[in-house]
Design a protein around this ligand. Structure first.
Ligand SMILES: NC(=O)c1ccc[n+]([C@@H]2O[C@H](COP(=O)([O-])OP(=O)(O)OC[C@H]3O[C@@H](n4cnc5c(N)ncnc54)[C@H](OP(=O)(O)O)[C@@H]3O)[C@@H](O)[C@H]2O)c1
Length: 331
């Protein structure tokens, strides 16, 4: 069967190491798996943008279809736990990195990575959540397991207008936390207030110092940008607060002193959506609409893009020309 895919190729000996192209390919060219899925929706995450633009080294082999998440319908299954017609999603597990991913009309995956979409949301909404929303939810879960409570003070969310940030702001505020949204874009203030932030600020307005142990300003944090901002947030976190480290949009560097950890019991929680164990991954996806609220889908999705039009969006996402979630209609 022939279908359209956004496929990433390696450039031999050129300055830019990869290029992506929209190509027709056959299902028997896909990487191995026991389930074939017709992909209805995928999305563009920061990692997809790095992978397809070549601005980050994400893919482990070439050529490979981009897309670290997908939602659709099973068309063939060699595992009797899954039938043709089942509505499913896959995120992380190496798709779009080591195995063909979701930015294609079909994907073949291992059935052990497949999650049946709960009835409370559909394939399109599953990809508005996508890896970004799953990761925000995973961070929230880990913070709560580690006893993060609303009365410990506000949670600061960095890179707030991005995909992870938008869903983190929305979920945390619905769960009763006071949320301080940290954004570099003035134009995003109204949007972030609409998602539930109590305060929307630039970094300068947070009142953080360079001291290794600053005044306790935050109950905790969800950090998408890393670098100096993350270091300062750790130093200004309240007794027993949790800081979830998700991203590196500013920098992968982290310079910290041990004082916040040994004097305030602050926890730095590592969040890895790609490597989340399957039982926890399934639990988190099933929490949406139950223990976790459903996000405000239509506020958070900023664009629905046809698969054949995805090319410019990879660079544009990294260059902060979009906000919220970009979903891709693959059919
Ligand atoms: N650990 C995991 O499993 C996991 C999963 C998903 C994503 N991530 C990582 O989390 C980060 C966010 O992902 P995303 O999908 O939400 O990306 P995104 O939609 O592009 O959002 C990133 C946001 O970060 C801020 N930002 C971008 N460049 C910046 C810079 N140079 N300095 C300071 N802030 C900057 C911007 O927010 P403002 O305009 O509001 O400032 C931007 O909207 C990325 O680093 C991504 O790789 C990690």
């Amino acid at each position: 069967m022939s279908f359209l895919a956004c496929r990433v190729f390696e450039n031999e000996g050129k300055e830019s190491k990869v290029n992506h192209q929209l190509v027709q390919m056959e299902t028997d060219e896909l990487t191995a798996g026991d389930v074939l899925i017709r992909v209805d929706y995928s999305s563009i995450n920061y990692k997809d943008a790095l992978a397809a633009s070549g601005r980050g080294k994400i893919m482990k082999q070439f050529p490979l279809n981009a897309g670290i998440d997908l939602a659709g319908v099973i068309v063939e299954s060699d595992n009797e736990a899954y039938q043709a017609g089942d509505k499913v999603l896959v995120n992380g597990c190496g798709i779009g990195e080591q195995f063909d991913g979701g930015l294609a009309q079909y994907a073949r995956v291992k059935s052990e990575w497949v999650i049946k979409i709960p009835e409370r949301y559909d394939a399109r909404q599953a990809m508005i959540i996508g890896t970004a929303g799953f990761t925000a939810a995973l961070a929230t879960y880990r913070m709560q397991v580690n006893d993060q409570k609303p009365d410990m003070g506000p949670i600061v969310v960095t890179g707030a207008s991005g995909g992870v940030g938008s869903i983190a702001v929305n979920l945390l505020s619905k769960l009763g936390y006071e949320v301080i949204a940290l954004t570099s874009r003035k134009s995003m203030h109204d949007y972030l207030y609409e998602l539930g932030a109590q305060k929307v600020v630039s970094e300068d307005e947070l009142g953080m110092s360079d001291k290794p142990l600053g005044k306790a300003l935050f109950g905790g944090a969800i950090d998408n940008i890393g670098g100096k901002t993350l270091s300062k947030i750790i130093a200004h976190t309240q007794l027993w607060g949790n800081v979830a480290s998700i991203g590196l949009a500013q920098s992968p560097d982290l310079e910290a002193k041990v004082f916040p950890f040994i004097l305030r019991g602050v926890s730095l929680l590592g969040i890895s959506s790609t490597n989340c164990p399957m039982p926890l991954r399934t639990k988190i996806w099933h929490q949406f609409g139950r223990e976790l609220p459903l996000p405000d889908f239509e506020k958070i999705v900023s664009k629905e893009i046809a698969l054949e039009d995805v090319s410019p969006y990879f660079d544009e996402l990294i260059d902060k020309k979009h906000h919220g979630r970009l979903i891709v209609n693959c059919q």
